[in-house]
Design a binder for this molecule. Structure first.
Ligand SMILES: Nc1nc2c(c(=O)[nH]1)N[C@H]1C(S)=C(S)[C@@H](COP(=O)(O)O)O[C@H]1N2
Ligand SMILES: [Mo]
Length: 534
């Protein structure tokens, strides 16, 4: 009886110590790996690499679902998931090492191989050195586990010695403490290195003064920017601007070290530009509404920014590029970002006179890091994934036949002009307004074509033309409103827009894949007298 209890207690202690040993080994692995990554390339660290690789490998519908369910927290959820799997596996490897030291250590190495393969397989991986963080981390972790396991009580020994005494308690504690302190130190060193580097980037951003653009944007008339409760402002503040990208760690680029290369087919004079070159160029300022192809009907992934930048067409002409319509050999411009993302844009669109630009400013400030500092592309009329490359560092002229960009390899369309859409912003779904006059209002967009008409329907009633706010430019969304005499009951409000080509938004529902959702936004509200009144 006593023996049995002692045995169980010993077993439990063994298990707990072994699990802790596994976790400690994992902690040491990650600390060493992230420190080596800080020395070589932050993005090659195992957590970011494995996270990035899982984003790359995730089928588009699942990715869509993740973005829908977790919104901008999707990446946090992913990282938490990876760390949980790691912790569980580490504890399991610790238990394995209790019986088989070598097998436990080899298990840690296997995780290193996974991390290394993920890092090497990322689109931004350019060198074998990207394997180093994972390999170094795994070696350190394997060594820690091997040493600790050698000092653990073995369950067998514990039984015969009537309790968990027959083990090198001192040795285990010493080794564990050394590993923990060492890992924490290495981890702090890595953090420090990364902080110094991002400090350079932040410093370079703080030092930017945007020159006054030679071609400023026209002022936004009050007739174009309605002020109605529930309707978002015409210009979306940067902090509220939607963010969609694959970056687990937002790239922090030092603008003073940044270069942009323009090269490829039909480029007779390849260019390498600095950030200063751009600031000293002919700057234009334009209000442009950006939309994401992943935006569901009625969704939030659309926003209007006031962008400052240089005309991309000017730079391309300087480089000797001619559009296909004038005999140029390249029909696709592939923009590549510092994190390896590639986006393909039709050269014809960029050079057809629209305000396609390399933007350096957003809403009067240097670009926020989240939105592409120091430089991003913005092209009116095209979904972001085929035009709006953030943290851009390379522009290559090629053909659609020769190269598929990142999202195109993942079943999204090669070409994707923005589809005409409209959204009801107020009232909100399931709102309970009181009977009487209710303001229905929202936005409609058909960038580079313009919105000519918006209609609203209550239930199955007739379409009624909404009051359109003045058009700012064809490249921005257009606000609309309609005063509705609401009667008690549950009602469905539906909106549809007609663009300047005369096309009215189809009611046919289409998914976001491959080239943007269609269908009409509707909102269900219940009109009720506030309780207590009659
Ligand atoms: N480097 C990089 N640029 C990118 C992306 C990305 O994942 N990486 N996503 C694109 C997509 S899909 C969209 S919709 C826009 C969104 O820009 P925003 O995050 O500034 O709103 O950026 C585009 N540029
Ligand atoms: Mo997007």
């Amino acid at each position: 009886m006593t023996d049995n209890r002692a045995f169980n207690r010993a077993l439990l202690l063994c298990g707990a110590l072994a699990g802790a040993g596994g976790l400690l080994a994992a902690f040491c692995s990650l600390a060493v790996a992230e420190a080596v990554a800080a020395l070589t390339r932050t993005e090659a660290g195992p957590v970011v690499a494995v996270g990035g690789a899982s984003i790359d490998l995730t089928p588009a519908p699942v990715k869509d679902w993740a973005v829908r369910s977790f919104g901008t927290k999707d990446k946090l959820v992913l990282q938490a998931g990876i760390l949980s799997v790691l912790a569980l596996s580490a504890a399991a490897l610790g238990l394995l090492a209790l019986r088989r030291r070598l097998a436990g250590a080899l298990g840690v190495l296997a995780f290193g191989v996974i991390g290394a393969l993920a890092a090497l397989g990322r689109p931004d991986s350019a060198s074998w050195t990207d394997a180093l963080p994972s390999v170094a981390g795994a070696l350190a972790g394997a060594a820690v586990l091997y040493v600790l396991a050698g000092r653990l009580p073995s369950p067998g020994r514990a039984v015969t010695s009537h309790g968990p005494d027959g083990w090198d308690r001192r040795g285990f504690l010493l080794a564990a403490t050394a590993a923990a302190v060492g890992s924490a130190g290495v981890g702090a060193l890595g953090r420090g290195l990364t902080a110094a580097r991002t400090g350079d980037a932040a410093g370079s951003r703080a030092a930017v003064t945007l020159p006054a653009p030679g071609s400023p944007a026209p002022a936004i008339a009050s007739r174009a920017a309605l002020r109605l409760p529930g309707l978002p402002p015409f210009t979306t503040p940067a902090k509220d601007f939607y963010r969609v990208d694959t970056a687990l760690v937002v790239p922090r680029v030092d603008a003073t070290a940044w270069r942009l290369r323009i090269h490829g087919e039909g480029v007779t004079r390849p260019l390498t530009l600095t950030f200063r070159d751009l600031l000293e160029g002919d700057l234009i300022e334009r209000d442009i509404t950006l939309a994401c192809v992943s935006n569901e009907v009625g969704g939030p992934y659309v926003g209007t920014g006031r962008w400052i930048g240089v005309r991309l067409a000017d730079l391309l002409r300087r480089a000797g590029v001619r559009p296909p319509s004038r005999g140029g050999p390249a029909d696709q411009l592939v923009a590549r970002s510092v994190d390896g993302m590639t986006l393909g844009t039709p050269v014809e669109d960029v050079m057809d006179g629209r305000d396609a630009m390399l933007a350096v400013g957003m809403n009067g400030e240097p670009l926020p890091f989240d939105h592409g500092f120091p430089v991003r592309m913005v092209v009116p009329g095209l979904y972001g994934y085929v035009s709006a490359c953030k943290w851009v560092e390379d522009i290559e002229l090629t053909t659609f036949d020769a190269y598929d960009a990142y999202w195109v390899k993942r079943k999204w369309a090669r070409r994707a002009p923005v589809k005409t859409q409209s959204r009801i912003d107020t009232p909100k779904p399931f709102a309970r307004p009181a009977p009487g006059t209710v303001m229905i209002a929202g936005v409609a967009w058909a960038q580079h074509r313009g919105i000519d008409r918006v209609d609203v329907r209550v239930d199955d009633g007739p379409w009624r033309p909404a009051d359109l706010a003045a058009e700012h430019t064809t490249d921005t969304w257009r606000q609309w409103s309609l005063a509705w005499e609401a009667t008690p009951g549950t009602h469905t409000l539906t909106v549809r827009a007609t663009d300047r080509t005369g096309e009215t938004q189809t009611e046919q529902r289409a998914r976001t894949v491959p080239d943007g959702a269609t269908g009409r936004h509707s909102v269900v509200v219940t009109v009720t007298r506030p309780s207590g009144t009659r």
